[in-house]
Design a protein around this ligand. Structure first.
Ligand SMILES: NC(=O)c1ccc[n+]([C@@H]2O[C@H](COP(=O)([O-])OP(=O)(O)OC[C@H]3O[C@@H](n4cnc5c(N)ncnc54)[C@H](OP(=O)(O)O)[C@@H]3O)[C@@H](O)[C@H]2O)c1
Length: 349
């Protein structure tokens, strides 16, 4: 089969290469899927730029999420009949014509979705669900601030918070993204390119703090995030997008700058103010608590089925153009998810 490997650390055009690789075998605990589409996540960019310390040795096949057709469930069809259209969290190995996933991380695609839409859900949806529901407990009426709110995880998170009856604040990097959020029903979309987010959040919330803040982009916003929290509020941290971008462009300066500012964090102030910080790591949770990630996947696809969650595919790239898909995600203009497709990805289930 053909797969895309990361063969060196660097820019997409030189780091990603299509190679002939061995197909994964099905067996107990491994469902083999003929891939029609896979999602591109920021974690793939981190791996490609050498920012993920847990990456395997080069070369290897990245890819956290796919949608396709079950070829073999490893259990003589007891779990999924051959031919069942499914989405799956693969965590690695999804950039391929054939991928394998643990059966608990495989979900039938709801009717009416195509494969590209289905591939856009597992990693972003599960991460957002863990951040809002699985590892914290969102309640109706909560004030929720989501940074990078028009991104893959961000757009899932704001939709889940809106569906739960929360007041949602979302920061984005441009006015078109803010307008997109407004159309979605986000009450307080704001472009950090043109306003002081902390001042604007304080004004819009009439100086009541946030019950939950989701921060993935920048470690140097963490202190402001903590200031914006209400007593008993939770800050959920799950990424370092800005640092990755700095490294990808050949300058480690912003990364070290971001880390230096986090050193100013005072953990002793947290109990005094009744605030908490929580880290979310999808792959680690999948290892340690697979039942929770299984629940996450079932919950988000149930929300999709009922129309409470609408996956938004920003752009679709052919398998041969995967490097362009990485460039698109790095370019900060994408809204929702960037997806790579094989033939048949647009077929509706
Ligand atoms: N811990 C986990 O298990 C886990 C799982 C999934 C994702 N993540 C993390 O969550 C974050 C979001 O992932 P995603 O796949 O959904 O990506 P994404 O949000 O679709 O794309 C990244 C977004 O980050 C924002 N951003 C802020 N500073 C940036 C910079 N200097 N360069 C580029 N983008 C910047 C941009 O939005 P604006 O321009 O609108 O600000 C951009 O659209 C990433 O940090 C990722 O590593 C973590």
């Amino acid at each position: 089969m053909r797969a895309i490997q990361i063969v060196r650390i660097g820019l997409p055009a030189t780091a990603l290469r299509i190679q002939e690789c061995q197909e994964p075998e099905a067996g107990p605990g491994r469902v083999r899927i003929r891939v029609r589409a896979f999602g591109v996540t920021f974690a793939d960019l981190l791996a490609r730029t050498g920012m993920d310390a847990e990456s395997p040795r080069l070369p290897w096949v990245p890819g956290q999420e796919v949608a396709g057709i079950v070829e073999d469930d490893g259990e003589q069809g007891a779990l999924f009949a051959p031919g069942t259209p499914v989405a799956a969290l693969t965590l690695r190995g999804g950039y391929a014509e054939v991928a394998a996933a643990r059966p608990e991380f495989v979900v039938p695609i709801p009717p009416g979705m195509d494969f590209a839409e289905a591939a856009s859900v597992p990693a972003a949806g599960a991460t957002a669900w863990l951040a809002l529901c699985g590892l914290t407990s969102l309640r109706a009426g909560d004030r929720v601030l989501v940074h990078a709110a028009a991104g893959g995880v961000g757009l899932m998170a704001v939709q889940m918070a809106l569906a739960a009856g929360c007041e949602v604040f979302g920061t984005v990097g441009s006015e078109p993204k803010a307008a997109f959020l407004r159309d979605l029903g986000v009450q307080h979309p704001m472009s950090h390119a043109s306003i002081d987010v902390e001042a604007e959040v304080g004004r819009a919330a009439r100086d009541s703090g946030m019950d939950l803040v989701l921060d993935s982009p920048r470690h140097d916003t963490l202190l402001a995030d903590l200031r914006m929290l209400a007593p008993s509020g939770r800050l959920v941290v799950f990424g370092a997008t800005a640092a990755a971008t700095a490294v990808a462009r050949g300058s480690g300066r912003s990364a070290s700058l971001a880390r230096a500012r986090v050193d100013a964090l005072d953990p002793w102030a947290l109990p005094a103010e009744g605030k908490g910080i929580l880290g979310v790591h999808l792959a680690r949770t999948a290892d340690a608590r697979p039942a929770l990630v299984r629940t996450a996947l079932r919950e988000i696809f149930s929300m999709v089925r009922s129309g409470r969650l609408r996956p938004h595919v920003d752009s679709r790239f052919d398998f041969a153009d995967c490097a362009a898909a990485h460039d698109r995600l790095h370019g900060r203009e994408s809204i929702g998810k960037v997806v790579v497709t094989f033939e048949g990805a647009s077929a509706t289930v």
